[in-house]
Design a protein around this ligand. Structure first.
Ligand code: PAF
Length: 174
């Protein structure tokens, strides 16, 4: 399993993959829900990549961000055991360089429900997911159906931005 930190190294590794790539975006602290997404990607794609990045832009409450569970070592052991091909573990600056200014806003779908309770949450999610889909260029990307509004936002952004990816919504186990 390759563990990659920089965007440059990710691009170089991606360009060498011959065959389909499945991406499982995560914020780490992996559980059975994530492993079921990895299993499905492994069954459907030649290669499976997992990103682990706690995205500050989707937290509107800084205490939620600081208390978000972090367990990188256990996550990497689990992914290695599962036979994942590559893991991207970028730093904050790698994803959001100084003077970062660009956001993806999926307007109507982001407003109700969780979006109403957590202002800006889905713009943060849409921004990081769009960036991950652009840099990984996966054929398929896997998301839990339990986060139904997130899945709807992701489907909409992939369609609106004409990203060449199939979004797969999976039954989630927690
Ligand atoms: O569902 C999550 O864990 C996150 O919202 C995601 C999709 C990895 C984006 O940070």
């Amino acid at each position: 399993m390759q563990i990659i930190k920089t965007l440059k190294a990710l691009r170089a590794t991606r360009s060498l993959l011959d065959g389909s790539l499945g991406l499982v975006p995560t914020m780490g602290a992996l559980h059975a829900g994530h492993t079921s997404l990895v299993d499905l990607s492994k069954a459907q794609c030649n290669y499976t990549a997992v990103s682990i990045f706690i995205n500050p832009k989707q937290f509107n409450d800084t205490s939620d961000l600081s208390s978000y569970p972090r367990n990188i070592e256990a996550d990497l052991n689990l992914l290695e055991e599962m036979g994942v091909d590559l893991v991207w573990l970028p730093s904050l600056e790698e994803v959001y360089p100084p003077n970062y200014q660009t956001f993806v806003e999926v307007r109507d779908l982001s407003l109700p429900l969780e979006g109403a309770a957590r202002t800006g949450h889905f713009t943060g999610v849409a921004t990081i997911v769009a960036k991950l889909l652009i840099v990984f260029q996966p054929q398929r990307a896997y998301f839990g159906r339990k986060d139904a509004q997130q899945l709807a936002v992701v489907n909409q952004l992939a369609f609106d931005l004409a990203l060449p990816v199939t979004i797969i919504g999976c039954p989630t186990i927690r």
